[in-house]
Design a protein around this ligand. Structure first.
Ligand code: KG4
Ligand code: ZN
Length: 363
């Protein structure tokens, strides 16, 4: 079963062709450079960029399917040629698309395109929740079916991205239960805001990671670990941001690059450790020791090491997305979920009433 998947929930325009868990092609156009000067994602700019790029990204995904003859085509060739995708669509069984959560006007671009293609080529649409995609990203494989990673439900799934921070009990293929989540900012958002306060640019996560690798004492400022004593599994990061703001403005200490680096690193530690504290609590409460993680922040090596530490401590395991592009937004992960949805017979029944759900959560 071959699926063409489309993802436009935030600031990446993406399409992929998958077969089961195998990713045969994945095309991602990141809009980071367009949003950089605004210090965050601007929905209207995202929408326009999605509209401008979506056709090309889909063509790239269709043309670059691994093991197909046309694999070598360059973006320039694809852009300049006015070739018809009809021949490629013949090999596609279903179209999958992200319908939430995300930015309403950004999601719309992907959904409209999916509807247009479904109508034109007579395909069914598989609706996919973006967060399910991040959860499945650790189980995506390359075109040679690597890595071989059999499912071993249940998992403690941790989602840590720019829009979400959730601890989810992943009970079975399509069965999820949210155990805890952030009550304000997402972890990635907190890192992005911290970076802005410190004047380090956007997106903050990767910049702070780089800086934190340089400091001697990674937690010199010892920011609080918000909500550590609350019995629930929720998290909060907005207070941390306020502490950082005041510390960074502290007029008693002269501005020094070292201080800036120390602040960035300590802030990162506080964000990660707060998550680790609640993750351990979730494991303790449920007895589920096998961890799987997804979302942009999971690209961070320090965070990965902390998670490996948890797995060791509880005598469990942890799996990460096997390739870096699977951490941040992409359509391949959407295609992987879609495979299991198609197997379960989950398709869009009424095209007219199928719409974006910006606040979609797990059922
Ligand atoms: O999953 P994602 O691409 O988009 C959402 O669905 O939100 O995540 C983007 C977030 C941003 O906040 C970015 O700062 C963060 O992931 N991020 C990182 C790293 N790379 C991206 N955070 C920490 N360390 C990184 N290396
Ligand atoms: Zn995402």
């Amino acid at each position: 079963m071959r699926i063409l998947s489309i993802e436009t929930s935030c600031d990446e325009t993406a399409a992929a062709v998958t077969e089961g868990r195998k990713v045969l092609s994945s095309s991602v156009y990141s809009q980071i450079l367009l949003h950089k000067k605004w210090g965050g994602v601007v929905p209207s700019i995202a929408k326009k960029a999605h509209q401008e790029r979506i056709d090309l990204v889909i063509k790239e995904a269709l043309v670059r399917v691994k093991n197909s003859k046309s694999e070598a085509r360059s973006t320039k060739q694809i852009k300049n040629s006015n070739f018809d995708i009809r021949a490629y669509m013949k090999n596609i069984d279903f179209i999958a698309v992200t319908y939430g959560p995300g930015l309403a006007i950004a999601l719309e671009v992907g959904i409209d395109k999916a509807k247009e293609l479904a109508k034109k080529y007579n395909k069914k649409i598989i609706p996919v929740n973006h967060m399910e995609g991040h959860i499945y990203s650790s189980f995506a494989q390359n075109s040679m079916s690597n890595p071989v990673r059999p499912f071993g439900f249940p998992y403690m799934a941790l989602l840590v991205s720019g829009g979400h921070t959730e601890i989810v009990l992943w009970e079975d293929y399509l069965k999820f239960k949210v155990l805890g989540e952030t009550v304000d900012d997402a972890a990635g958002e907190a890192l992005d805001k911290a970076s802005k306060i410190l004047g380090l640019g956007y997106p903050g996560g990767p910049v702070i990671e780089r800086i934190a690798q340089k400091v001697e004492n990674r937690d010199i400022f010892k920011f609080p670990r918000p909500m550590r004593r609350s019995n629930d599994l929720n998290l909060s990061f907005s207070g941390l941001k306020t502490s950082l703001y005041y510390l960074s403005k502290d007029s008693n200490s002269m501005f020094k690059v070292e201080k800036l680096n120390d602040l960035a690193s300590s802030f990162q530690e506080a964000v990660f450790e707060s998550i680790i504290i609640k993750l351990k609590k979730a494991i303790e409460q449920t007895g589920v020791k096998n961890i799987t993680v997804g979302g942009g922040v999971v690209a961070n090596q320090r965070f990965r090491n902390l998670l490996r530490g948890v797995a060791k401590e509880v005598n469990g395991t942890v799996v990460f997305p096997p390739y870096k592009y699977l951490c941040t937004d992409n359509a391949a992960m959407i295609g992987v979920v879609a495979h299991y949805k198609a197997q379960a017979g989950i398709f869009v029944k009424n095209m007219k009433s199928f719409e974006r759900e910006p606040r979609l959560s797990f059922i």
